[in-house]
Design a protein. Structure first.
Length: 235
């Protein structure tokens, strides 16, 4: 099997259970913070189903990998240097993007720059540096986050955090076990960045995430393999 390019797992496996579950969990956790944006910027559009649940009359997609852009649509560019003027968008969504950016402060500054005053930022990032494995190396990550670390980075960029919660808590025991097991085996060239899941296990994982999606609208979760965040740019 050909080794995957960094960050391209979702292009190779767009229907992977985790991407499908993430869309539902993002909507459950962050949906009430969306409002009625006129212009939406989807940063990192290659990273699986991400913004299909977000309502916006005008959507602009950006990704560093041209394979992640719809034919004839979107812009091939880096989150570190967005090719847009100041104050162009009402909402910026960057789901599992910031961990790919070095430094993350520059990406957050760019998100702030292209947002209108009072605009909204929605983020998701992978959680816990202790969970770092060859998966992160293959995916092109620079770091993983805790909830406090992400909140501090966003606040330092001038945003006002509205909500931050862990997510994927229901499947966290299996996530932790998989990460630990990776440390005790030698990675092979045939390994994909996404863990293989059997057809019998996938419905269980999706069911656990479905139950979590019913909890997230009302409660922040104390742990999970991802962190979700909503923040505002000051007026």
């Amino acid at each position: 099997m050909t080794a995957l390019r960094p960050g391209s797992s979702s292009i190779e496996q767009p229907g992977y259970w985790w991407y499908r579950a993430r869309s539902d969990l993002l909507r459950a956790a962050l949906g009430e913070y969306v409002g009625r944006p006129g212009r939406l910027l989807d940063v990192g559009s290659a990273d699986g189903p991400s913004v299909s649940w977000l309502p916006a009359p005008q959507r602009v997609s950006v990704d560093l990998d041209p394979r992640g852009l719809a034919p004839g649509g979107g812009v091939c560019a880096s989150a570190l240097s967005l090719p847009f003027g100041d104050g162009c968008f009402d909402l910026v969504a960057a789901f599992d993007v910031v961990e790919h950016c070095e430094p993350d402060t520059r990406a957050l500054a760019e998100f702030s720059r292209v947002l209108v005053p009072g605009g909204r930022l929605l983020l998701s990032v992978p959680a816990y540096q202790w969970a770092w494995t060859d998966h992160d190396v293959r995916a092109g990550h620079h770091r993983r986050y805790t909830r406090p670390r992400l909140m501090a980075a966003v606040a330092d960029a001038g945003f006002s955090v509205r909500r931050a919660s862990y997510a994927f808590a229901g499947v966290f025991p299996m996530f932790a076990a998989e990460r630990v097991s990776r440390r005790f085996r030698r990675p092979s060239a045939g390994d994909g960045a996404l863990p293989r899941v059997s057809p019998t296990l996938e419905p269980l994982l999706l069911g656990l995430c479905g139950a979590e999606a019913r909890v997230l609208p009302r409660h922040d979760l104390p742990f999970g393999s991802s962190v979700f965040l909503a923040a505002d740019k000051p007026v």
